[in-house]
Ligand binder design. Structure first.
Ligand code: FNR
Length: 397
């Protein structure tokens, strides 16, 4: 299947699953142990509905975001992910290339498999670096020199990895000796993350003159401490449900953190965000930027940088369409009162993926590539191809 044939977010996910080896899919898709945190992220988002206002003249929508001294065209960014070489031969480089073309920002994993300078050169927009503390202070200081040389705009320390969680899907399918992530330091230095404390935050803060934040904050208490220790931003994350099992959903923790932070520093949030409307909820509740992990990863697997860009475009389209239909025009001014807590019994679940026969796929391909057809005509061409030419004109709404 070619990239142009992947027209919805669920098609990207389904195709990525079909082409990736099962162990690679499991490594990315799964969460820790019982996967309660993974599921809770999605359920908590589904418990929130967006209030619909009409007749608000929403012709022009402004999605720009202000993060530190960066003005981004989009508040949607890509979260750091290790092991990208397993999803594309030029993993981290292609991810940075595609993500920075979308108008947002990309965050490069501390265990990226390519030299940071090479990733920096591929990017056409701002990059942040994510640090895992995988050695002694000399190791960290040396790593950070490469961050400066790579032209990164900011860096964050991931702090929700005091232990490496047990990820059951991954464990079940892993073959002995398989390597995870990029180059790592000597074995005796790998457990240094469990010994980290706020003193280390103070120290790392002094190492390079770049804006610095903590990724993996989930309580108001830790957000307050982070600000006392001089962070420039806070990243609300549970690692996409991959670390603490049976933890809270990030969207549930967001409001109390926003209240504790009182606008003193910007807030990034991630974990469980799959659609553009999910970002509307987070922005309205006070996030400055919303990071996506697995969604752009499926794009990378399906089509490298172009696949990442396609997924981010779909997410950004959904953000804009969702804002228009909710009667809002400025993404950075969305307010919490547009979000309502709702009962989710009867929720339809993820969007269905239609399995097309080869003949139907052929028709869809022909229709979508016909330059003479408008977007609406293409949509109806596809509908007729799938459900028969007897779709009545009157049903077209
Ligand atoms: C991650 N995540 C992660 N986080 C981090 O700080 N450093 C890393 O190297 C990685 N590696 C990684 C690999 C893979 C395959 C995944 C899926 C995730 C967590 C990531 O930054 C982010 O917090 C979550 O992925 C966000 O959740 P969603 O959008 O994937 O649900």
């Amino acid at each position: 299947m070619e990239l142009a044939d992947l027209r919805t977010l669920s098609m990207f996910e389904t195709h990525a699953q079909a082409i990736l080896p099962p162990d690679v899919w499991a490594f990315a898709y799964g969460g820790s142990s019982s996967e309660a945190t993974l599921e809770r992220n999605r359920h908590a988002l589904q418990h929130l509905a967006i209030e619909q206002r009409v007749l608000m003249n929403v012709r022009n929508v402004d999605t720009t975001a202000q993060f530190l001294d960066l003005t981004l065209a989009s508040p949607l960014i890509v979260a750091p992910m290790g092991g990208m070489y397993r999803f594309h031969p030029d993993g981290d480089v292609e991810m940075a290339r595609g993500a920075t073309r979308s108008g947002g920002m990309s965050v490069v994993s501390g265990v990226a498999g390519w030299p940071l300078e090479e990733i920096g050169t591929a990017a056409s927009g701002p990059l942040m670096f994510q640090l895992y503390w995988l050695g002694d202070r000399d190791w960290v200081a040396e790593k950070l020199q490469h961050v400066v040389a790579g032209g990164f705009k900011a860096f964050c320390l991931t702090v929700d990895t005091a232990a490496y969680s047990r990820r059951d899907r991954d464990i079940m399918l892993r073959t002995p000796g398989q390597r995870r992530g990029g180059p790592v330091p000597a074995p005796e230095l790998r457990d240094t993350q469990s010994g980290l404390s706020w003193d280390d935050v103070d120290w790392v803060r002094t190492q390079i003159p770049l804006p610095f934040g903590l990724k993996g904050i989930l309580t108001a208490a830790d957000a307050r401490l982070a600000i006392q220790h001089g962070v420039d931003f806070i990243w609300v994350s549970n690692h996409g449900g991959r670390q603490l099992d049976d933890g809270r959903a990030t969207i549930d923790a967001l409001s109390e953190i926003v209240e504790a932070v009182q606008g003193r520093v910007p807030i990034i949030v991630d974990s469980g965000f799959r659609r553009g409307t999910d970002a509307i909820k987070a922005l309205a509740l006070g996030a400055t930027l919303v990071a996506y992990g697995r969604a752009p990863l499926w794009g990378l697997a399906c089509g490298g940088a172009d696949g990442v860009l396609s997924v981010l475009r779909l997410l950004n389209d959904e953000l804009v369409i969702g804002m228009k239909l909710a009667g809002r025009t400025v993404a950075r001014s969305l307010q919490a009162d547009m979000i309502r807590r709702v009962d989710v019994s009867g929720f339809a679940g993820p969007a269905p993926v239609t399995q097309l026969s080869p003949a139907q796929q052929e028709v869809v391909r022909a229709v979508t590539r016909d330059p003479a057809l408008s977007e609406v005509e293409k949509m109806w061409g596809i509908t007729e191809a799938l459900f028969g030419a007897d779709v009545q004109q009157g049903e077209r709404r």
